[in-house]
Design a protein around this ligand. Structure first.
Ligand SMILES: Cc1ncc(CNC=O)c(N)n1
Length: 222
């Protein structure tokens, strides 16, 4: 029987199929091999801007839970740094969109995006414990980190004009940030009840499913 000290590792092994589905999605593989269709990339850019705007209040809700529920004040520092990065990210989306001729104010959110944003909103409820919310937060960030880092590995043929996007989430600093989030999640999961653990596990799987749907939508499949 495995211990509870690295629940995330246990769950990633158990759910490796869906995790790989989210982090090695055809949308990402298309960027990595250079065959990405630019209309897909623009669709992703516009939809992700909408998602990130909904992600900010989600992260704010986690900051509030960390303040109320965490025994370690450094949790708040990391979450706050994540919020600050989102401020830069929103500015980046605006400048990237104007570079590609994408009009962000007239973007209509697709169903997969609306569903994902609604799911985020459900996680903002005070009824959702900090342990569950921080696990979801880590998973959302980790999928982007693992996906875009893959596009920058040796042997990838990512088009030059998409490298900056991949760097945004694939850089080593963002990798370290995700490891810190994972450590926080693991520390809280270690002392969680079995009931709380099963709630966190279900939410983790939901995140991965939403991420797959989001990539599918970006590829124009729905
Ligand atoms: C759909 C989705 N998932 C994760 C991220 C990464 N977090 C913040 O940027 C993102 N931008 N979009």
């Amino acid at each position: 029987m495995e211990g509870k000290s690295d629940m995330i590792a246990t769950w990633l092994k158990k759910h490796s199929l869906i995790y790989t589905g989210a982090t090695r999605h055809p949308f990402i593989l298309d960027i990595r091999d250079g065959s990405i269709d630019l209309s897909s990339f623009k669709r992703w850019l516009a939809q992700d801007y909408i998602f990130v705007r909904a992600f900010v209040p989600f992260v704010a809700s986690i900051l509030l839970k960390a303040w109320k529920e965490s025994d370690d004040s450094s949790d708040m520092d990391l979450i706050l740094s994540g919020m600050a990065a989102l401020n830069d990210e929103i500015a980046w989306f605006k400048s990237e969109a104007s570079k590609w001729g994408v009009a962000l104010h007239s973007v209509v959110p697709h169903k997969a995006n609306l569903d994902y944003c609604r799911f985020l909103e459900s996680l903002m409820s005070p009824d959702i414990e900090y342990t569950v919310a921080i696990t979801a937060f880590w998973a959302i960030e980790a999928v982007y980190q693992e996906s875009f880092a893959h596009c920058l590995e040796d042997g990838s043929r990512t088009p030059e004009e998409l490298k900056e996007t991949c760097q945004r989430w694939g850089n080593t600093g963002f990798g370290q940030y995700c490891r810190s989030l994972r450590n926080i999640a693991n520390r809280h999961l270690e002392k969680a009840s079995d009931h709380m653990l099963s709630k966190a596990e279900v939410i983790l799987i939901r995140v991965l499913e939403h991420e797959v749907e989001f990539w599918n939508m970006s590829r124009g499949e729905i």
